[in-house]
Ligand binder design. Structure first.
Ligand SMILES: *[C@@H]1O[C@H](CO)[C@@H](O)[C@H](O)[C@H]1NC(C)=O
Ligand SMILES: *[C@@H]1O[C@H](CO)[C@@H](O)[C@H](O)[C@H]1NC(C)=O
Ligand SMILES: *[C@@H]1O[C@H](CO)[C@@H](O)[C@H](O)[C@H]1NC(C)=O
Ligand SMILES: *[C@@H]1O[C@H](CO)[C@@H](O)[C@H](O)[C@H]1NC(C)=O
Length: 447
């Protein structure tokens, strides 16, 4: 037994030494390296095990991060031209749509926030734009699902407090209902921008402008020299005190959203804003290597935060695809970070587990779904300019949608504040409906 352990220890040492050396000029080497990282990511997927839920990853990874992870796997398929996991991606995205095809599945509905829903919406938007294989005809299509997420979020726009904005939480009983966080609003802006470019429907541009203007008004987008994007504001003081954490994914949502809008409209304003968000992104790089500045320094990154660099890398890649003048800067950042990230993928028993800190030239001892996602996205996005830019309905994108998706009232998508013209009655009704269903479930369990 000891001998065996010793041998496997030695073997893992050997694999460690020869682990992910990235040669970005050699596509095959990149495909090989990323296939190991993707395999490591899917190690956390439990959805096809007996008794587990399709689409969900192991504990402690929340539902929202699963949506983020399926987005990473779509990028992996697209940029590496490897369809190994496509069946699992398809099954996951379709199993979690919920009864109303808007990504509020009943299992999540009591805890789900706007931001959680949005990350699944972004995954299906990617599926439409990358021409991921379409679902069977009797299932909702990618564009439809993305529109349903957008519409249900837009219905929750809360003009009653702070002059607008989305609240973090969908339901009043969840803590955080009084917070208007940037990731919810930034994701609404971002989805609006992508739907605008995909469908050509300018109503989405209007929505994107409305969300941007509100974020500017309450200063979660810094009005000063640098267009930093902050964490959020509270309704308790009329959104007058900004919580000044800066997260990569928030900067990225605004950056790429602006890039989509510029690419669609050709407008100088969105070109300027794209560059402003890009310039401010510098705070997340040191010698062109990406890091999660707010938590990596103090070493406090939680499970969610460890995945943020994944979305940011993805959004940088899309921005480079859509706004030619950003390419030089973005590719320098992505290429340098990808090589550094690959060097961090030298840990664990498999010898290529990825770490959180990409500055060490080696594994830092950290591991998890977020670490795998971030390394994978930054590596595959080095190919952002070598594959087709996002498709839309005029250049080959063929996903079927419906501008009214998600707008039929249901218990889980009613817009409490909007529908009742500002009163809280609607919210009370939802609370009651969900409350009753929780009580009936509980009673059912008792009897
Ligand atoms: C909800 O949870 C049940 C029990 O764990 C599971 O069987 C089902 O697949 C889940 N549904 C969704 C949409 O996740
Ligand atoms: C609350 O904040 C909004 C947005 O900044 C502003 O338009 C409104 O005037 C403020 N209301 C009060 C009462 O200060
Ligand atoms: C939009 O993106 C396409 C694809 O990369 C690019 O060819 C085009 O120049 C972009 N449009 C603008 C206005 O920059
Ligand atoms: C454009 O989008 C808006 C907002 O989602 C929708 O109400 C409208 O029906 C759409 N128009 C068309 C022509 O699809």
């Amino acid at each position: 037994m000891r001998v065996l352990l010793l041998i496997s220890g030695l073997l893992s040492l050997v694999t460690r030494v020869s682990s992910l050396e990235l040669d970005l000029d050699n596509y095959e080497s990149l495909q090989n390296a990323t296939s190991l990282v993707a395999y490591g990511l899917m190690d956390y997927y439990t959805g096809d095990q007996y008794g587990k839920t399709v689409g969900m990853f192991s504990d402690p990874y929340y539902w929202w991060q699963a949506g983020g992870a399926w987005g990473c796997m779509i990028d992996y398929w697209y940029f590496m031209q490897n369809d190994t996991y496509n069946d699992k991606i398809m099954a996951a995205l379709l199993h979690q749509t919920g009864d109303n095809n808007d990504y509020i599945p009943l299992n999540q509905s009591t805890t789900e926030g706007n931001d959680d829903q949005a990350f699944w919406g972004i995954a299906v938007m990617m599926a439409a734009e990358r021409k991921f294989p379409n679902p069977p005809d009797d299932k909702p299509q990618w564009l439809y699902l993305a529109q349903a997420v957008f519409n249900t979020m837009a219905l929750r726009w809360d003009a009653d407090t702070c002059g607008g904005g989305l609240r973090w939480q969908i339901f009043v009983w969840n803590s955080g209902y009084d917070y208007k966080n940037t990731v919810s609003n930034g994701a609404l802006f971002h989805l609006a921008a992508r739907l605008a470019r995909y469908t050509g429907n300018t109503s989405y541009v209007d929505w994107a402008e409305k969300v941007y203007d509100w974020m500017w008004d309450v200063d979660v987008i810094d009005n000063g020299t640098w267009r930093y994007v902050y964490d959020g504001v509270s309704v308790n003081d009329n959104c007058s005190t900004v919580t000044k954490y800066q997260w990569t994914y928030n900067q990225g949502l605004m950056l790429a959203g602006s890039a989509y809008l510029y690419n669609m409209t050709g407008s100088d304003i969105w070109h300027k804003r794209t560059h402003e968000f890009l310039n401010a992104s510098r705070v997340f790089f040191n010698d062109s290597i990406l890091f999660e500045a707010a938590c990596q320094g103090p070493n406090t990154c939680n499970t969610d935060q460890r995945s943020f660099k994944a979305y940011f890398a993805r959004f940088l890649g899309s921005t480079a695809e859509l706004v030619p003048e950003t390419r030089e800067q973005i590719m320098t950042w992505l290429n340098t970070s990808a090589i550094a990230a690959a060097k961090s993928c030298s840990g664990g028993t498999d010898g290529h587990t990825c770490g959180l800190n990409w500055f060490l030239g080696d594994w830092d001892g950290k591991y998890g779904l977020g670490e795998q996602m971030a390394a994978l996205e930054v590596m595959v996005n080095t190919q952002a300019l070598n594959r087709n830019p996002p498709f839309n309905s005029t250049n080959g994108g063929n996903s079927t949608g419906d501008g009214a998706a998600g707008t039929q009232p249901h218990a889980t998508n009613l817009s409490p504040l909007h529908i009742t013209g500002g009163s809280r009655a609607g919210a009370g009704i939802i609370t009651a409906i969900i409350g009753i269903s929780i009580i009936s479930c509980a009673l059912w369990l008792v009897y």
